[in-house]
Design a protein around this ligand. Sequence first.
Ligand SMILES: Cc1cc2nc3c(=O)[nH]c(=O)nc-3n(C[C@H](O)[C@H](O)[C@H](O)COP(=O)(O)OP(=O)(O)OC[C@H]3O[C@@H](n4cnc5c(N)ncnc54)[C@H](O)[C@@H]3O)c2cc1C
Length: 91
Amino acid sequence: MIDGEIESVEQEDDGSLKRIFLRDGRKLSASLFVDASGFRSELLGKTLEKAFESFHQSLFCDRAVVGGWDRRGNDHFRSSCRWLEALFRGC
Ligand SMILES: Cc1cc2nc3c(=O)[nH]c(=O)nc-3n(C[C@H](O)[C@H](O)[C@H](O)COP(=O)(O)OP(=O)(O)OC[C@H]3O[C@@H](n4cnc5c(N)ncnc54)[C@H](O)[C@@H]3O)c2cc1C
């Protein structure tokens, strides 16, 4: 495994990916690149300009809800059960 931050990407004449330049100066060539850079979409979005394709129609859960509450007494235990239940159901 190579650890590094992508700085720029070189493309072939046909637009396909040729080489990746890392911030530390290394250059990486490969016949297959997998873009796992999350929302930054370094290769698919920024370089290849592929439009984001949503799979929300087939997801059980397509929202994230962020919140907080005061945890006291047995509340922590109850929350943990709900959390496990949610994970089990793929939420
Ligand atoms: C606040 C918050 C809470 C969440 N809670 C949940 C939850 O409870 N349950 C759940 O299922 N999902 C949750 N999610 C969603 C979940 O985190 C994402 O769906 C998931 O992490 C996406 O995984 P990924 O591998 O596609 O991208 P990421 O996890 O974002 O990984 C992308 C990786 O690419 C790296 N990267 C980016 N740019 C470069 C670059 N130029 N060069 C090299 N590396 C690069 C990043 O450093 C990162 O390590 C949450 C998200 C957020 C923001």
